[in-house]
Design a protein around this ligand. Structure first.
Ligand code: FAD
Length: 108
């Protein structure tokens, strides 16, 4: 589906050229396009993702999130989930903590 780009802020420049690769020494400094290049301090790549329900058949979800219990176990025994996929806040500290809980319970 084509995005409606008619209401963008005038400062936003829309570049319709196929991206080929990033270039840089330590980090991405330049995006090389089929016709030209973009030099910037940082780049965000947005890509399509699969719907949660297609990840694992029978996986119970709550809207955009996978349902888990306090042990981070899903409705499928032995299958654990942690981090952004199970809910807000979308923060690294939460993801790491939940990942640890999930790992410890999975080992047990
Ligand atoms: C621009 C930005 C800035 C942020 N800044 C902060 C910040 O300052 N502080 C903070 O605490 N949080 C920040 N966050 C949020 C933080 O990045 C996330 O909360 C955290 O990364 C969640 O970790 P995660 O392991 O759950 O998911 P992710 O880090 O997203 O990891 C999920 C991984 O699964 C992979 N994946 C997805 N689908 C599939 C599939 N079907 N098969 C195989 N692999 C798959 C993805 O490619 C990805 O590598 C920021 C997020 C963004 C986007």
């Amino acid at each position: 589906m084509k995005e409606d780009l008619s209401n963008l802020d005038e400062k936003v420049e829309v570049v319709n050229s196929k991206p080929l690769r990033f270039e840089g020494s330590f980090s991405a400094e330049k995006l090389v396009l089929e016709n030209g290049e973009v030099v910037a301090d940082g780049f965000f790549v947005l890509k399509d993702s699969y719907p949660l329900t297609s990840l694992v058949p029978g996986l119970e979800v709550d809207g955009p999130h996978v349902k888990v219990d306090r042990n981070m176990e899903t409705n499928i025994k032995g299958l654990y989930a942690a981090g952004d996929v199970v809910g807000k806040p979308y923060q690294i500290a939460k993801a790491v903590g939940e990942g640890q809980i999930a790992a410890l319970n999975a080992c047990e």
